[in-house]
Design a protein around this ligand. Structure first.
Ligand SMILES: Nc1ncnc2c1ncn2[C@@H]1O[C@H](COP(=O)(O)OP(=O)(O)O)[C@@H](O)[C@H]1O
Ligand SMILES: N[C@@H](CCOP(=O)(O)O)C(=O)O
Length: 309
C-alpha cells in the first residue's frame, strides 16, 4: 500500500465537570489526512488546505506529523519516506479539538500505511504527543474520543487508564463556535492550581452523576450534573455573552450547556435532535445579538471515532 487517507472527528472535551477526564467525538466536522510513500527518506508536509497558511509546515512542529515521527521512532523505522497532505476542516484554537483531530488522523493514517502494527488503544500515547506540541499539555480528552469514539473517561494519566461508557441513543450534542479564537495553552495558563474542598466535593458529585446519568439513560440526572464549579467560572470570562448563551440553550430545550474544551466553542446536550437544534439556534441568536458570527454543528455522539477513507 502506497497511499492512505484517514478522517478524525472534532471533539468536545471536559463535558462540563470533567476537566481533562471526559470527552466525546461528534460526527462532523473532522480533519482528513493523506499520506503517500516517497523514495526520499523523511516525513514532509506537502500541502495544508483550510488553514489560511497559519499552521507550521515544519513536520516537527505540526501535530499531524509529530505523531507520525514519534510512531516511526517507537517502531525503530528509519529512513521512511512519506509526504503528507492535511485538509484542515475546523478552525484553530476553537475548543473543538482541532489539534487533536489532526494528530489522530495523522497517527491512524501512518499506522495503516505501516500495516497496523499497533491497535487503536496503543496509538493513544502517540496522539497525545501531538497535543503536547499544540498546547504544551499531553491531555487525552480530545485525542481519546477522536481516536476511539464514544464517551471517553480517563481514570488515570499515570498509568494511562482510559475507557468508554455507554450513552443514551437519543442524546444529541449542539456545538456552537463563535468567530473568536482561544489558544488552549493560554486557557490552561489562567487556571488556578489549587481547588477548595467545597468545590472538590461539588465537582466529584457532578462527575459521578454525569457518568451514572449517561449509563442509566437518566436525562434529568445528566442535566443536573452538567455543572462545573472549578474551570467554567474562570474560563467563561474569555467568552463574550457566555451566561446569556448558556441560559438560552437551557431555556430552549438543552439539558445543560458549558464550554467545549478550552473554548470559545460552547456545547449543549439535549434529549433528541429537535431540542438540540432549537437550543443551538437560540445560542447562535444570542451571539448574533452581540454582533458575533457563529457556526453550529448538531450531532449524535460519534461511536466510531477516526476512520480510514
Ligand atoms: N495540525 C494542527 N491543527 C491545529 N493546530 C495545530 C496543528 N499543529 C499545531 N497546531 C497548533 O496548535 C494550536 C491550536 O491548538 P489548540 O489551542 O489546542 O486549539 P483547539 O482548541 O482547536 O484544539 C495552534 O497554536 C496551532 O498552531
Ligand atoms: N481538557 C483540555 C481540553 C482542551 O480542548 P480544546 O478543544 O480546547 O483543545 C482543556 O480544557 O484545556
Amino acid at each position: 500500500m502506497n497511499s492512505i487517507r484517514a478522517f478524525a472527528p472534532a471533539t468536545v472535551a471536559n463535558v462540563a465537570c470533567g476537566f481533562d477526564i471526559f470527552g466525546f467525538a461528534i460526527e462532523a466536522p473532522g480533519d482528513v489526512v493523506e499520506i503517500r510513500r516517497r523514495d526520499e527518506p523523511g516525513v514532509v508536509i506537502k500541502e495544508i488546505t483550510g488553514d489560511e497558511g497559519r499552521l507550521p509546515r515544519n513536520a516537527e512542529k505540526n501535530a499531524v506529523t509529530v505523531v507520525m515521527l514519534h510512531l516511526l521512532k517507537h517502531l525503530g523505522i528509519k529512513d521512511f519516506g512519506a509526504e503528507v497532505v492535511l485538509h484542515k476542516n475546523m478552525p484553530l484554537g476553537s475548543g473543538m479539538g482541532s489539534s487533536a483531530a489532526s494528530a489522530v488522523a495523522g497517527v491512524v493514517a501512518m499506522n495503516e500505511l505501516l500495516g497496523n502494527p499497533l491497535s487503536r488503544q496503543e496509538l493513544l500515547p502517540f496522539a497525545m504527543e501531538g497535543e503536547k506540541i499544540a498546547s504544551g499539555s499531553a491531555h487525552a480528552d480530545n485525542v481519546g474520543p477522536s481516536l476511539l469514539g464514544g464517551f471517553v473517561v480517563i481514570r488515570s494519566y499515570n498509568p494511562l487508564d482510559i475507557f468508554t461508557i455507554p450513552v443514551p441513543d437519543d442524546l444529541y450534542c449542539t456545538l456552537v463556535h463563535p468567530d473568536i479564537e482561544i489558544n488552549t495553552k493560554d486557557a490552561r495558563f489562567i487556571l488556578r492550581s489549587e481547588v477548595s474542598l467545597k468545590n472538590t466535593i461539588a465537582q466529584m458529585g457532578n462527575v459521578a452523576g454525569l457518568v451514572a446519568g449517561l449509563m442509566k439513560s437518566d436525562y434529568e440526572l445528566i442535566g443536573r450534573s452538567m455543572v462545573d464549579v472549578i474551570i467554567e467560572p474562570v474560563r467563561s470570562i474569555l467568552i463574550p455573552e457566555f451566561n446569556v448563551v448558556k441560559l438560552a440553550a437551557i431555556e430552549n430545550g438543552a439539558l445543560g450547556c458549558s464550554i467545549s474544551g478550552s473554548g470559545p466553542s460552547m456545547f449543549a446536550l439535549s434529549k433528541g435532535k429537535a431540542n438540540a437544534e432549537s437550543a443551538g439556534l437560540a445560542m447562535q441568536q444570542k451571539f448574533a445579538d452581540a454582533g458575533i458570527e457563529s457556526s453550529m454543528h448538531v450531532s449524535a455522539i460519534n461511536k466510531n471515532g477516526a476512520a480510514i477513507l
